[in-house]
Design a protein around this ligand. Structure first.
Ligand code: IMP
Ligand code: MG
Length: 184
């Protein structure tokens, strides 16, 4: 098994930059929803690190729930068909819902999840993504809060995986695919 240093291209976003930007997002969200309660929905698994830092930066009362989706396609590209593999525990009707995602790439995942959530009649529904790759968009999706726009490169760390590894790294890194070989 290779070390990530073997195929690290560069560190795109450092731990300090993440901390600072998430503090800003938390302040902005707290301000926008002032006087309200906020229900955060995190899409497993990539969004978990971001969620746990973001919810600590949000200073208004909030609750949290999780869902998981799987997209048909390979590990580095989704295909447009998204299936719910873990449904929410709580009812979202008449609640202010903020969907928390790690990255919006083609947009298919968020688009399907938004359609799915709308059928349950939340009071409001917004999207907060840590990363956005605008160049890759295939379907238009509304993004209300975005941590960072990034170039069209495959990234890992801070919740995002490369073949399920490296979610634990505290920064966002770009992979050099020419030096990467998936482990057995
Ligand atoms: P979309 O449906 O194409 O927008 O893809 C969103 C999902 O693809 C994300 O939630 C990630 O799980 C995965 N993904 C897209 N780009 C990357 C990346 O650069 N690194 C790791 N995962 C990614
Ligand atoms: Mg994800």
């Amino acid at each position: 098994m290779q070390n990530y240093e073997d195929y690290l291209d560069e560190i795109l976003i450092t731990e300090d930059q993440l901390r600072q930007r998430i503090t800003e997002l938390g302040a902005q969200i707290s301000n926008d929803y002032r006087g309200e309660k906020l229900h955060l929905i995190c899409i497993l698994r990539g969004g978990v690190m971001f969620l746990t830092d973001l919810m600590r930066a949000i200073k208004i009362p909030n609750t949290v729930d999780f869902m998981a989706v799987s997209s048909y396609g390979n590990n580095r590209q989704s295909t447009g068909q998204v299936r719910i593999t873990l449904d929410l525990k709580d009812n979202i009707q008449d609640r202010h819902v903020l969907l928390v995602e790690d990255i919006v790439d083609s947009g298919y995942t968020i688009a399907s999840v938004l359609d799915f959530l709308q059928t349950r009649h939340p009071k409001s529904l917004k999207v907060c993504t840590l990363l956005n790759k605008p160049e890759r968009r295939e379907v238009e999706v509304p993004i209300d809060y975005c941590g960072f726009d990034i170039p069209n490169k495959f990234v890992f760390g801070y919740g995002l995986d490369i073949d399920e590894f490296h979610r634990n790294l505290p920064f966002i890194a770009c992979v050099d695919l020419s030096r990467y070989s998936p482990s057995e």
